[in-house]
Design a protein around this ligand. Sequence first.
Ligand SMILES: *Cc1c(COP(=O)(O)O)cnc(C)c1O
Length: 369
Amino acid sequence: MTQAYKLLTPGPLTTTDSVKREMLVDRCTWDDDYKAVTQKIRRRLLELAQVSEQEYTAVLMQGSGTFGVESVLSSVVGAQDKLLICSNGAYGERQVQICEWNRIPYAHYAEAYDKVPDARKIADILARDPSITHVAMVHSETTTGILNDIQAVGAVVKAAGRTFIVDAMSSFGGVEIPVADWGVDFLISSANKCIQGVPGFSFILCRRAALLASEGKARSLSLNLLDQWRGMERDGKWRYTSPTHVVLAFSKALEELAEEGGIPARHRRYAANNRLLIERMRQLGFATYIGPEHQSPIITTFCYPAGVSFRFPEFYQYIKARGYAIYPGKLTERDTFRIGTIGEVYEEDIEKLAAIIYDFLRERKGETA
Ligand SMILES: *Cc1c(COP(=O)(O)O)cnc(C)c1O
């Protein structure tokens, strides 16, 4: 086995041994017990979203999170529709790419990476352009760690009578999202983020009426959301080969989320990790890129300290050799790196990481002195 390290990255993330052990058994895709697992997962996801089975339904889709986003955008925004993409990071910009590839009509409202999309500006855009039928936004922008206000945006989208699509990839399961109350029609997330499963599929929570209204709009066979749902809704069968080991691991991860105390308890743990991380890093001279009012508990972008010159690869290798993997920055205009605080990680991991970074900085100072 290669040397193990914990992941301080926002997915894939560190999973429990019990979740990993679920993958040691092979399952048959058309077996009734296996299909029942899929159905149980779908029901449980609706509970976590605080929605009823009458109003909402869950679809599981093979592939990583991007496949889920592309499935929704390419299946529900028709050729006569128009999507408004509200972005403040790379994942919002990926929605633009998806629209380009699929020839989906769209408009783009781009905010600065350290600002949240403004609900009032979105209300103005919707008032000025009646041809916009759908609005899409990322909740937790993993590019920077900023948490967008989907509640405020959902309210203006609903008031304007449009359909609201949310990429809650890195927040669902770690941050409470009352999906119906916040006016979300489609919410996308994936197995390997805050539910703490392994990579292999995404899931989409859909308002049933909005999903059914997408009839005839899909541009792809394998990513056809309505078709995937029809098969699953019948008896829990995935249309094409399902990631069986990943599904079992995810089912276990959902049980462990409930044992921890559900989303409120998981949110408290992530938030405590994040608070401690920011405090320790500040003591070491690292400032956060995002201000405290919009910082998510999921991932944090840190700026290189003034006067200390170091290369990320060297920093990364030093930390990895001591048991943790961190993330490079995703900003072009500033030297930054990112540290995730989700997954099977606790405050003691944060203390250990801070001690490793302290040693790194001390050794660097020793070298240059
Ligand atoms: C992880 C993530 C995705 C999906 O990325 P994949 O690499 O396809 O899993 C999409 N949006 C956000 C905000 C994410 O954090």
